[in-house]
Design a protein around this ligand. Sequence first.
Ligand SMILES: Nc1ncnc2c1ncn2[C@@H]1O[C@H](COP(=O)(O)OP(=O)(O)OP(=O)(O)O)[C@@H](O)[C@H]1O
Ligand SMILES: [Mg+2]
Length: 406
Amino acid sequence: MTRVYRNSTEVGELHGFPVYMNDIVDACLAGKLNLFLQGDTGSGKTQLARDMMSYFPEKSLFILGRNDMDTRELFQQINPEFFDAVRKGKNIQGLEAKQLTDAVHYNLIVVDELPNCVPAVRAQLFNLFDGFIEINGKPYPIGNGYSVGIGTGNIGQQFTESSNELGRALKDRMHVILDVDYFFPKPSDTLEILASSTNPRVEFNTNENEGRQFIKENQELAEKPVSLEKLIIANYLLHGLDYCNQGQSKREMKSAWPNQVTAHGAGSDEALVLPASPRAAKSIIRLSQALDEIAKRKGATEEDIESGSLNSMMMAYKLVSAYSGILNEAMVQNVYNGNHYSALNAAITATKGEFDRNKDKIMAGLEMVKSMKRDDKTISRFAGRWKFMRNTLDYLLDKQKREEKK
Ligand SMILES: Nc1ncnc2c1ncn2[C@@H]1O[C@H](COP(=O)(O)OP(=O)(O)OP(=O)(O)O)[C@@H](O)[C@H]1O
Ligand SMILES: [Mg+2]
């Protein structure tokens, strides 16, 4: 494995092993998750994206975002055959869908300096990130079932403003948003970087086999069943975190959240964080599974992974959600010095505390599901923000019974 990007700063620890920036990138490729690299100039974003392109030498597209690029030029870059046909006055209908999709075979699409693109171009780029291209109002899938989008850019503050059009679109399309400034390489890394090459241009390698490996891993991950524990953790992020003011729903409060949250005590997350969206919850599960595989390769055992579900899900939660717009921005600025990761860490500490305090109940609930005997007492123990467990357990019981009958 030859990678130019170097960074031995830990993004976190999982199942007893350190996780680095390169691991996160691998997890995104294996999980088929779009990644946005946000950060200051010269911090290696383009290099990291180039390293990822090296896995898909014939099947990656690099687009440099410029404000004078129009959709015509974008199409020219994506699909010259198609564009030439149009220019020569050929009927587009004459070009068959197969020809089109063959030409749009990219497994990886990198848009460097994405914020420089004008909105019309961005709209097409975001389609690409969603896995298709739209030509004359018709969507064509790209990458033969596997395509990942990488964006880079320094958008700083604007990013977090929910009214900002680019910010919103990015949060919608990018499954993982990493602020590389918080994980700056160690002095030993920068020495190595400076000593190995003083060429300030990004460097290029090719590792085609690894690209195929990522596609295979992705298929395996997609087929792997999600554990009950992870499903319950995801449901907590979706429903447990929706609870505030002793029974109100944050979602239903809409813009009254967080200002009208009154009943929260110290250390409470009620005014700090919104519940996860179903889409975010899916990304969290997928990323957590991909991270588990990486930890396994580093030496973690199946038991470590099984008993560390909460840690793995929380690491994925942090990476997916820090910049996804669920945090109370005023609190991030005023309480956490503008650091989204610190703010989300506080929410994670609160979540871990909740799971710890309710461990017995949750275990009893899971035992009940496994034994397939519904027990009112076990179910009614869940109250307050944990009330979602009643419906969750009943559903799991039913599902278990249905599967038994088959
Ligand atoms: N962590 C790193 N590992 C290896 N090389 C690095 C690293 N960080 C920076 N470099 C090198 O520094 C130079 C600048 O990096 P790069 O162009 O990737 O930065 P960038 O974050 O894309 O900056 P900009 O925001 O200005 O586009 C390149 O030569 C790159 O190879
Ligand atoms: Mg760059």
